[in-house]
Design a binder for this molecule. Structure first.
Ligand SMILES: [Mn+2]
Length: 366
């Protein structure tokens, strides 16, 4: 209940707010929206994250107050002194990143405000609704319960940005009339120029990012009769262009614009392995598929990290697809790899097969 969260926050003086590693718009917007509101209520608020805000969130008022966790004595003292520690937009100690254990082990009461599936159980107070469009929607409900006349323009703007980014600019299936009423309130409170806000978030890309997009689009592959689409970013691509993975944010959504595609996976190779971002629509759900690789998230948007290079990660994830997706019957056959025009192995698969054979030879020779 938001009322019980309100009383926990009202009774606190020192409050730490944190969110997930590699934070997105909802993470930063929810954190700042809540934090600025609490500051207006006279609370001492510390924003403590494992990673910096993405470049297109740096302009939000309050973003310069966000501290990056470094385990310093000063930060440990703040954590010790916190009456309440609030976690927004994530529900596991692991997803909090470096700061996670310090938050969980801090003596203050832990509050979670979140909309992801399968929350961990170490929180003392929970405000969780899986069907919420964003963590920010839940933050707004707390503020509404408390006193929305204290919501500043800057806090309203942060919450608006959070909802806008987590709903694909108000178009995902969890957008309701009620959410639009919330958004209308935020526009009024923030006196927002919505077109300008959109531009700050989505129209600040570098030419490099668009160059990267052109390369990434060329890796597009259709699987299972076109019901699933994938794209991949190799480390080489990032190095060649000099772009960061943050600039590839949202690329996966291009796949979902294809009529036949019900699920899409974007693979991003890093030094330690490959990140898979899952997206889906209609009756396809991807969170269990992602969870089978140690990840998690929402029904229609989830992620996982595999300790494999790009090619192996693609192969493993796509081989598991029939277990988790309601693929049309005729699509499951043919030991189900990428659609190949002529039924022959494509270069990539041929290379993979070759590497397997080499590996077998190696084992035989031992
Ligand atoms: Mn979110």
């Amino acid at each position: 209940m938001p009322a019980s969260i309100v009383s926990v926050l009202r009774d606190a003086q020192n409050i730490v707010i944190s969110t997930h590693s590699r934070p997105d718009g909802d993470a930063i917007g929810s954190q700042l929206g809540l934090g600025l509101y609490l500051q207006a209520q006279g609370k001492d608020v510390t924003f403590l994250n494992s990673d910096p805000a993405p470049y297109n969130m740096e302009w939000l008022v309050g973003a310069d107050q966000i501290q990056i966790y470094d385990g310093s004595l000063a930060q440990l003292e703040v954590l010790q002194a916190a009456d309440v520690l609030v976690v927004v937009d994530t529900n596991t100690v692991g997803r909090l990143g470096e700061v996670g254990k310090s938050i969980r082990n801090a003596p203050g009461e832990k509050v979670i405000i979140d909309h992801h599936t399968d929350p961990e159980t170490w929180f003392d107070h929970t405000w969780i609704r899986e069907t919420a469009s964003s963590a920010a929607e839940l933050v707004y409900e707390i503020i509404q319960e408390w006193d929305s006349s204290m919501l500043s323009a800057d806090a309203a703007q942060a919450l608006y940005v959070a909802i806008m980014t987590d709903t694909g600019s108000f178009r995902f299936s969890n957008v309701s009339a009620g959410l639009h009423r919330t958004v209308a309130d935020l526009i009024e409170h923030g006196k927002l120029d919505v077109s300008k806000v959109y531009g700050e978030v989505y129209e600040k890309r570098s030419a490099d990012a668009i160059q990267l997009l052109s390369k990434v689009l060329s890796t597009m592959k259709m699987w299972y009769d076109g019901q699933v689409g994938t794209m991949g970013i190799s480390r080489r691509m990032l190095q060649d262009i000099g772009a960061s993975t943050g600039e590839a944010e949202g690329f996966v959504n291009h796949l979902l614009t294809i009529e036949t595609v019900r699920a899409a996976v974007m693979f991003t190779e890093t030094a330690r392995g490959t990140k898979a971002s899952f997206r889906s629509k209609e009756d396809f759900e991807v969170h269990k598929w992602a969870a089978s690789f140690g990840g998690g998230g929402h029904r229609y948007a989830a992620g996982a990290f595999l300790k494999d290079d790009l090619d192996d990660a693609v192969r493993k994830v796509m081989a598991a697809a029939p277990k988790y997706l309601p693929l049309a019957d005729d699509a499951e056959g043919s030991d189900s790899g990428a659609t190949s025009q002529d039924g022959e192995l494509n270069d990539e698969d041929a290379a993979y097969l070759e590497s397997l054979q080499k590996l077998q030879k190696k084992f035989r020779s031992i």
